[in-house]
Design a protein around this ligand. Structure first.
Ligand code: SAH
Ligand code: SF4
Length: 364
């Protein structure tokens, strides 16, 4: 006889079959998963949310991921590259708002000039915040020396999503060429761990061709890779991208949303002490989507502090929330929003991954 959801959740180790079953639960049953994950979160990382002020510094990208609205070949994306001065102003805003950390994210550019520019920015961020701001970067695949240089310049967390841990699916999402090589992506994740970053990865949920087995394997991938942080969001189709062709294969957007929440909860149950972000893409579906993620296991939120005039053009997907608002508008409602989750806000704290601290201690 097959196990009930309660029986599965009581086990210490979940099998792939268990996870596939949990991912397919109905409304009543999925609430059991959410409640269980909320308890794990409270026990292992506490009912506390940490802020990372997100700066989308440029939408110029040298790659052609099939799903992304700012891919190189999308000629209808208006390109921008925010000046260092404006970036530092946004950083200052995050610092003065007591956010504790910032994230620098951009399309993927690899050049000695870009490397230098980022190194300088990192040093300046440290300087203007008296070394107080924590820095996460998400700047794609780079040679290990570049990761090393940025680490030494002040970044201590890195986000690089594997997007899908199934190589076959990966190549349905990316061109099959040297620039989009699955093995290279894995090597980059290994380099990040080796250099010493708190290493974050994640996947998109609800992709065309993606199966429940794929998603279960994605969770196991993150466990086996021993990641410290995760950012996982629903896939949102963008009409100016090649993957849009397969939009009829997609599950309804509400189902992608719920499935993402289940993935977040299950990851919290499997990897109890990591940091899990409430992805911005959740908010494109539900105005309080990120807050819902916090209630079921996430503990990181990334308020967007990109200057308003640029925000409209960082369109990885359509329906991006708050693109017409200045950062301050968002800040006012942030506190109220987190209030509904019942969690505290870790103002001025880095909120580093507890998993990372343990991983480092255990190293020989
Ligand atoms: N260029 C960097 C960082 C910017 S893209 C990189 O690729 O790592 C950040 C993330 O946005 C990607 O990892 C991807 O998972 C997500 N993303 C891109 N297009 C998306 C879409 N259409 N729907 C949902 N998420 C998307
Ligand atoms: Fe560029 Fe990142 Fe978008 Fe890929 S996902 S096209 S690397 S910005």
């Amino acid at each position: 006889m097959s196990k009930t959801v309660d029986e599965i959740l009581k086990q210490h180790v979940l099998s792939k079959e268990d996870i596939v079953k949990l991912l397919q639960t109905n409304k009543e049953e999925r609430n059991k998963i959410f409640t269980h994950a909320a308890k794990v979160k409270a026990d292992y990382v506490g009912k506390k949310v940490y802020y990372r002020g997100l700066i989308e510094m440029s939408n110029i990208c040298s790659k052609n991921c099939y799903y992304c609205g700012i891919r190189l070949d999308n000629k209808s994306a208006g390109r921008y590259d925010i000046s260092d001065e404006e970036i530092l102003n946004a950083v200052k805003f995050a610092y003065e708002s007591n956010y504790g950390s910032v994230v620098l994210q951009a399309g993927e550019i690899s050049s000695p000039k870009f490397t230098k520019r980022i190194s300088n920015l990192l040093k300046q961020i440290k300087e203007l915040s008296n070394n107080e701001l924590g820095i996460t970067i998400s700047l794609g695949e780079q040679p290990e020396e570049v990761y090393q240089e940025w680490f030494e310049s002040g970044a201590h967390r890195y986000l690089l999503r594997i997007e899908s841990s199934n190589p076959e699916l990966y190549y349905k999402l990316h061109p099959k060429d040297k620039k989009h090589d699955y093995e290279t992506r894995l090597d980059c994740l290994r380099s990040l761990q080796k250099v010493g970053y708190q290493t974050g990865t994640g996947v998109m949920v609800g992709l065309p061709f993606q199966t429940y087995e794929d998603l279960a394997n994605d969770l196991f991938f993150m466990r086996d890779f021993d990641i410290d942080m995760c950012g996982m969001g629903p896939y949102l189709e963008h009409k100016d991208t090649p993957l849009y062709e397969y939009k009829d294969l997609l599950m309804p957007i509400e189902s992608r949303f719920t499935l993402t929440l289940k993935m977040i909860s299950l990851l919290r149950i499997i990897m109890k002490d990591i940091n899990i972000a409430a992805a911005t893409a959740l908010q494109a579906i539900d105005p309080i989507g990120r807050e819902k993620a916090i209630k079921v296991g996430a503990n990181i939120i990334m308020p967007n502090v990109t200057p308003g005039m640029y925000r409209d053009n960082y369109k990885l997907y359509e329906n991006k929330p708050c693109t017409d608002e200045e950062a301050a508008d968002c800040t006012n409602c942030m506190e109220m929003r987190i209030g509904i989750t019942g969690d505290d806000i870790g103002y001025g704290e880095w909120g580093d991954s507890k998993h990372y601290a343990k991983r480092i201690q255990q190293q020989p």
